[in-house]
Design a protein around this ligand. Sequence first.
Ligand code: PLP
Length: 242
Amino acid sequence: MNLTPESIQENYQRVLDRVAIAQSQAHYPHPVEIIVVSKGQPSEVIQMAYQVGIRKFGENYPDETLRKIPDLSTLFNLKWHMIGHLQSRKVPIVSQYFHAMHSIDRVEIARKISNRMMENGKTMMALLEMNVSGEESKYGFPAHDPEHWETLIPIIDEIIDLPGISVQGLMTMPPFFDDPEKARPYFVRLMKVRDYLAGRFQTIDWHHISMGTSVDFEIAIQEGATMVRIGQAILGPRPARQ
Ligand SMILES: *Cc1c(COP(=O)(O)O)cnc(C)c1O
């Protein structure tokens, strides 16, 4: 597929319209930000997306982002969001170049990011990734079974005290289904985890809920997503990974 700024604009507008409808169907009104997932996409595609007004880009592989950054350094206010599992040795890249980290999935990574951010004299906006399906292939803190949410408390207690990160909510990736409606119970579960944690940690602002991709963002928004991570519905199919 040949992408142009016009085709990206069209796709983006269509997604914005669908987001607006889903917002009107939500249990209560809430703002939604679109993070345009640009993993696997070349710099030229990001440039085109920037031209049509997109500023927030989601990436999974810090080395790949690092390769693209020099091409995009003149684009004012472009914000990178890390949405994938992060290896410890890539923490310096994320701490230096990224605006937000959606995928805090263990204490160790939170601690390392915090330390780096402190050295840089900054704080990182952070979301805690929850595994609400119990699938072993999924990253995130185990949050499948409400009976075990209690065990999250000491872990989260430690993370929210870290001075270099600012925890602002939760993120999840449900199992993949052909029928997106089947993802709904997992989105609902993440909202319940959020309510539980908000009750336990009242000084933290748990307002961000990052959930929903190209296939299921409307359902995620209906259930309360404040950030949706959308790649293919806006930028088309990803080129094969090199
Ligand atoms: C790739 C990815 C997305 C976006 O998926 P699309 O199908 O391109 O919308 C969202 N979230 C995560 C964690 C991803 O890895």
